[in-house]
Design a protein around this ligand. Sequence first.
Ligand code: HEM
Length: 432
Amino acid sequence: MHDQPPAQSAALAGPPPELFTWEFATDPYPAYAWLREHAPVHKTRLPSGVEAWLVTRYADAKQALADQRLSKNPAHHDEPAHAKGKTGIPGERKAELMTHLLNIDPPDHTRLRRLVAKAFTPRRVAEFAPRVQELADQLIDQFADRGSADLIHEFAFPLPIYAICDLLGVPREDQDDFRDWAGMMIRHGGGPRGGVARSVKKMRGYLAELIHRKRAALPEEATPGEDLISGLIRASDHGEHLTENEAAAMAFILLFAGFETTVNLVGNGVYALLTHPEQRYRLQKSLAAGETDLLETGVEELLRYDGPVELATWRFATEAVTIGGQHIAVGDPVLVVLAAADRDPERFDDPDTLDLGRRDNQHLGYGHGIHYCLGAPLARLEGRTALATLLTRLPDLRLAADSADLRWRGGLIMRGLRTLPVSFTPTSPGLS
Ligand code: HEM
């Protein structure tokens, strides 16, 4: 029973959509509606040349995310010889990146995730709230009196980088290096080429060195406010610890998984609010009344409506599986399209409507199953702080470009804007 609002019926009745074009990057939702309706588990050729299954319905997506016959380990990819090294599948890159959570299965995944969960606790994140607030304010201070800004480069991008560096315990004087390396990675889409590979290498080298130094200087007892890298070194489970290599891979994946996602949560979120004025004023009114309920449901709704992770990361069938009635052969890559699942009318009422107060909202924006986002508490803290601070300090914030002129990054996994020009009445820095 896929009933559609009238506006979508025309698109749904039309021919199969072209995927991965410029129009698709700008607004993939009509194409996903077509796929959900006509080809919910659909084999397609990706821009890299590799063929993969796209899973677009909510129920199928949830099942696939929890199905352990779909491995995260790229060694299970039945890769054609002509595509070797060209597909962008992470396993084709440096082996040292391979030990992180998103590329491994149980039992290794279970062991590493249990260890990191001991260090990266919701409590540690909650204690970090004042620092995230301070960072958001400092960044806004830098452009508040100008009356205009690019919110991606001046706010959404630096906020998570400085936040995660602080949380990990990267000294402040080194954090601008991280900003540069991360900038290179985000600008060039995380591909294996030149500058990106150099930036990844520098970041990894730096983290390995920092971990080595911190381990040597680690006091016997944990002190309150100890940084996350020290927590990772200290974490133990039944006498097991992370090795230095594992700790470095873990610190790297925390940075890598927690950075562009949060940039896009803030970027896509602010863009959605500025293009839905009634929802934005609803939120501003609620914030002015000192309420937090709408902010909390609102950030979840923004994740569902236009979340940062368009497709979950790669999965590979280790045996033949059937998803949504479709047979998937051993070795086939499977990409779960979170953005399509989260607009499925079978699961959500009025899925194409942004409703910040939506209650029944079990979206898949953070994934599902054993790889469910480890950083969700931090992402929520950053998302809520960023949006509340912007809307409170710059109450007449408005888009300073036509939506049609905004450019979306065309990467496969993430969805986010390249720039987000805004204008507002200038205020003095430090005044909220
Ligand atoms: C996993 C989304 C922020 C760390 C995931 C997955 C999704 C996701 C969808 C699962 C991928 C899959 O199953 O293929 C998001 C979104 C974020 C966000 C939408 C921001 C709004 C963060 C942050 C951190 C983080 C801030 C850490 C600092 C991780 C890690 C994993 C993960 C380590 C792998 C977990 C595992 O494999 O066990 N995230 N994430 N994420 N995320 Fe996030």
